[in-house]
Design a binder for this molecule. Sequence first.
Ligand code: SAT
Ligand code: MN
Length: 592
Amino acid sequence: MTKESSGKCNTTNKAVLVWVAEMVKLCQPKHVFWCNGSKTERKALTAEAVEKGILIKLNQKKLPGCYYHRSNPNDVARVEQATFICTVDQEEAGPTNNWMAPKEMYQKLRGYCSGAMRGRTMYVVPYLMGPPGSPLAKVGVELTDSLYVALSMGIMTRMGNIAFQQLGDSDEFNRGLHCMLDVNPERRYIAHFPEDNAIISVGSNYGGNVLLGKKCLALRIGSYLGRQEGWLAEHMLILRIQSPSGEKTYIAAAFPSACGKTNFAMMIPPPRFKGWKISTIGDDIAWMKPGLDGRLYAINPEAGCFGVVPGTNSKSNPNAMKMISRDTIFTNVALTQDLDVWWEGKDGPVPRECLDWRGNKWTPASKEKAAHPNSRFTAPMSINPVLAEEANDPQGVPISAIIFGGRRSDTVPLVYQAFNWVHGVYVGATMGSEMTAAAVGGAGQVRRDPMAMLPFCGYHMGDYFRHWINMHKSIKHPPRIFNVNWFRKNETGNFIWPGFGENMRVLKWIVDRCHARTDAVESPLGWVPGAGALDLEGIPDFSPQKLEALQMVKDAEWHRELLMQDELFMKLYSHLPKELIFQRELLKARLQ
Ligand code: SAT
Ligand code: MN
């Protein structure tokens, strides 16, 4: 390796040096490799990963710069039951998080980590969440014995010297320790210590559990810091809509994992919307803070996309297909004989034979899926063909609308707008969604997932709602709040709404509402598009009856919905803002 990428220590920051030395003493690695984030380093580490069988080099003619990774079959999704918030006071973590006292958890995990890197390399991965120089950006350092993690962090974050430059002499950085151990679910813990700005993750090598910048820092620790510092860390994509006249509107949208955030953030409007353009700022996480002009500004703290692969094709997300055609790591998809990748729902023919995500022979006659339903691509956002230049703007973008949405086969209409901020917080707080393969267990069941943050809120969910309500005071021009549901089904179990690019029609109405250009009519749930306000021209096989079915508010379904909301509210009762109980009563009255 050249001198530039020799893995030598690349900081003089005392706090970093002291902490790394302490962790080295604990984990006892054979080597310590300090990542600087250079291209040369990436090349060398990638070659090493191929040599060790951690990555398989894909067909470089078809997929330049792309590699393939298989995870341990017992380690393919986030494990919520192994995810802990460790605050001194249990009350602080709230009833929706697993809790253990920090002292106890440190003791347990230090036990697991003791000598855990013997004979292995510890990669020191400094990373920056957010554009360099942004007042919202945060620095983390992840120590990991997984080369896959080091390489993935190089895609998902601004990794290397750039982070130490932002940090300077400060000791304000997230301390993250990751030990794979023997990737045993029995010894799998993803532990957060918000009071110490620290994370320890052991026993896993799957993205959401181990790429510590993502869910662990950007959301769980981030939400905790956000409450203290007066900002919001949210599970939201950020997009820019440009009208034919050049008007730019910025929108943030929260959907649970694997509900199409990446597709939405990269959408191509249908032909009817000639001249309209969607560009991506972020596809998963938004950090939002009130600006001096009274608007809410958002940055995307990440630098890459960790997207669900199955179902990605030239119809569902043509931009993603372009993006993942180079410089991408594919995890747990199928591998073809010519070292190409395949997944259910990909364009083109089904391979006659390939290796499935476990490495077993697969043919179309096989009963199991070839690609794991939660198989992922890890791709740099810079190769997203519709990336907005604002993704790198340290100031972020001013948000005009916030959209909440879940995956619901019934009950929830295609679109409605909250009456005001507090009502919008209520709409977000009572969101429900059918579970997906992104987390272990329960796929298909409806669960309450407030603001798509249930697995990611680093403190008491009731206090989180209070923080949302309070934020209104510091935002003079608050974003309008909307709720959408692309997933409503008819009696025969088919989706009524075509989704994907056609979602532009709903977005257009939302944009027009933000700029006070279109009317709405009042419904029990909120404002809904008046007759003809949604442009539905040119959707194949669509009819006014279908729109009616999509927007229908059925009393029986909403009474059941209110009962399900009550379950969550009861759980959070001691910390639940009274305003939300009041909102529920108002909704009840409007439904009667
Ligand atoms: O696995 S991740 O948590 O990184 C992705 C997701 O579930 O949203
Ligand atoms: Mn996500």
